[in-house]
Design a protein around this ligand. Structure first.
Ligand SMILES: Nc1ncnc2c1ncn2[C@@H]1O[C@H](COP(=O)(O)OP(=O)(O)OP(=O)(O)O)[C@@H](O)[C@H]1O
Length: 218
């Protein structure tokens, strides 16, 4: 579904963060990526959806190579990206409006969008938050609502950047249950070993610019 090969990326005037990074995501997989702070994990996700353009290497998504901005429109529609910071994701006055925003933007009618909001919030156990003011939610609530805004667009793939940040243990367990119940393939960046072990079907570590499998971590 997604693949990168031999990626090289450096922010302007800085050493390369990705240098020979290669990985693929198959349908049905839940791939966990870990690695030290600043290793380039978020950078990799941003390259996958075309928010950053690599200086070297290739990106494929949904069966086609993606090079220029127009080729990434479809990728961003089909890959639901849950950002590391929910405040980057949520911008409407209420939870219902935030969750409805994506479907409305995709051309759904207000009635269809309302039905999607109700279904997604119910699926995530978030119905009581429906009419809450978004910026007054707790950090954990915001994180789950961020996931709801992405699921409302019915993506084919999920990209989750440290989704358990600021979640307490019961909410982390609930998020794990939610992810295990979803049909989508996903990439989950996580520093939490027990969450990775529970949720992931495969793991990679990003170190010194490359993605390596646990067997080669030695
Ligand atoms: N816009 C930017 N300009 C310059 N440097 C940046 C920029 N964004 C990120 N970096 C740097 O690039 C490196 C990789 O950042 P990135 O956020 O991809 O790492 P990460 O592996 O996701 O880290 P963490 O685990 O701490 O979230 C870091 O050293 C970071 O400071």
């Amino acid at each position: 579904m997604l693949e990168v090969s031999d990626l090289r990326f450096a922010y302007p005037g800085r050493p390369a963060v990705l240098d020979g990074a290669t990985m693929g995501l198959e349908a049905g997989e839940r791939l966990a990526i870990t690695g030290p702070n600043g290793a380039g994990k978020s950078t990799l996700l941003q390259i996958l959806v075309g928010l950053l353009r690599p200086q070297g290497g290739r990106v494929w998504a949904f069966g086609a190579e993606r090079r220029v901005e127009s080729e990434f429109y479809e990728v961003r529609r089909r890959a639901g990206y849950v950002f590391q910071d929910p405040d980057d994701q949520l911008f409407c006055p209420t939870v219902a409006e935030d969750v409805a925003f994506g479907p409305l933007n995709l051309g759904k009618t207000p009635a269809e969008a309302r039905a999607i909001v109700d279904r997604v919030l119910a699926d995530l156990g978030l119905s009581p938050l429906r009419d809450r003011v978004t910026y007054k939610l707790s950090g954990g609530e915001k994180r789950l609502v961020s996931l709801a805004t992405v699921l409302a667009m019915d993506p084919d793939v999920l990209l989750l950047d440290e989704p358990t940040n600021a979640l307490d243990e019961p909410t982390t367990a609930r998020l794990g249950d939610i992810l295990l119940g979803l049909p989508q393939a996903m990439i989950v960046i996580s520093h939490d070993p027990s969450f990775r072990a529970r949720v992931a079907t495969r793991g990679l570590s990003l170190r010194a610019g490359r993605l390596i499998s646990p067997a080669s971590l030695g």
